[in-house]
Design a protein around this ligand. Structure first.
Ligand code: GDP
Ligand code: CA
Length: 326
């Protein structure tokens, strides 16, 4: 079976460890990673979601923190701060730094981000084929209030909003800078259309999955995919399990609920991108709402509390896909 997943960082990566653990011999998994969180810092190209995927699937992640390298030290960050160099708020660990140095060096030598990612994965052996959504620069910017600006608004890079401001002010809008001119990475469209099933893990529906779908051609490919498209709710019991999905969804006027996210994606039979949707058991009521929306919904435990729970969630996802493929 050929599986393809679209993914953000932490939530997607955790889910994909479960999915990888239940693959059978001959199966393969392609992961299309969000690159709109990427940021240039101190002259280095940092790709937070690709790195979360690579480190998590490759066994190098700091499990407690959820991002960055295990056994990390922060000397370089302290030295940069001692020079008074901005930004001081981004957590760039010493081990992690090596990844960004290699990536930046290879990009400078003319390799594409797809090629660089493949090269980095030779070390990490994530057990999946990891493809950036695009080789072009796309950046999520968050629109916030700013009384000092003539328009009363200003846009900040996603990392500044999330890491520096800790999502403490309301989201007025989301702008995907560069997305209209971007192209999907090589193999991205084929990996979607040819997959036996397309999986949407519990990733942020706006700044992870939403940005991937906005790369011209990707939403169309998902809509045209031969296999079923099944998603897993990142919202459990009316709130994001982790992260800022609530602030973003609320700010954009999308209902912060398991069914609200599914309706935001929409049914493929009705112009949207999913056929099936898993919600947590406590969100069982979503099933009725979604049957009106032509989305097949199943309620199962959706907390990735340990490896077994995550593997069971992944199996439930494949079971729903198998049902919908018939
Ligand atoms: P990011 O790029 O690091 O923000 O990661 P993603 O976009 O892949 O995932 C973030 C989403 O994962 C958040 O909206 C969380 O609600 C969701 N999430 C995290 N842990 C869990 C979990 O155990 N279960 C479910 N259902 N969602 C989760
Ligand atoms: Ca992310």
């Amino acid at each position: 079976m050929h599986l393809t997943a679209l993914s953000g960082g932490i939530g997607g990566a955790r889910f994909l460890t479960g999915l990888r653990s239940i693959l059978r011999p001959g199966d393969d998994l392609t992961v299309i990673g969000n690159t709109a969180d990427d940021v240039w810092l101190f002259g280095l190209k940092v790709c937070p979601d690709l790195d979360s995927l690579m480190y998590t699937l490759g066994g190098g992640i700091d499990v407690e923190r959820g991002w960055g390298r295990a056994d990390e030290t922060w000397h370089a960050k302290e030295e940069l701060a001692a020079y008074g160099v901005e930004p001081t708020w981004f957590g760039l660990g010493d081990r992690d730094l090596a990844t960004h140095v290699v990536r930046t060096q290879m990009l400078g030598a003319g390799y594409t981000l797809t090629q660089v990612t493949e090269a980095l994965c030779v070390r990490w052996q994530p057990g999946v084929r990891l493809l950036p959504m695009s080789d072009d620069r796309v950046e999520t910017h968050i629109v916030i209030d700013d009384e000092s600006a003539a328009s009363g608004r200003r846009a900040v890079h996603f990392q500044e909003y999330w890491v520096h401001m800790r999502a403490s002010v309301p989201v007025r809008g989301v702008v995907e800078v560069g997305v209209e001119q971007s192209k999907p990475g090589p193999d991205v469209l084929d990996a979607i259309t040819a997959a036996d099933a397309v999986i949407v893990p519990p990733s942020n529906p706006i700044v992870s999955i939403g940005t991937i779908l906005e790369v011209p051609g990707i939403r169309e490919a998902v809509r045209a995919a031969t296999g079923p498209v099944v998603g897993v709710s990142p919202i459990v019991g009316g709130a994001a399990v982790r992260g800022m999905a609530d602030q973003l969804l609320g700010g954009l006027g999308i209902e912060v609920s398991a069914s609200g996210v599914a309706r935001h994606y929409g049914a493929r039979s009705n112009g949207g991108v999913v056929d099936g949707w898993l919600v947590d058991e406590r969100d069982r009521a979503a099933a009725d709402e979604l049957s009106d929306a032509q989305i097949a919904c199943r309620a199962v435990p959706l907390l990735m509390s340990d490896a077994d729970a995550t593997a069971t969630m992944a199996q439930d996802t494949l079971d729903l896909a198998a049902e919908l493929a018939r």
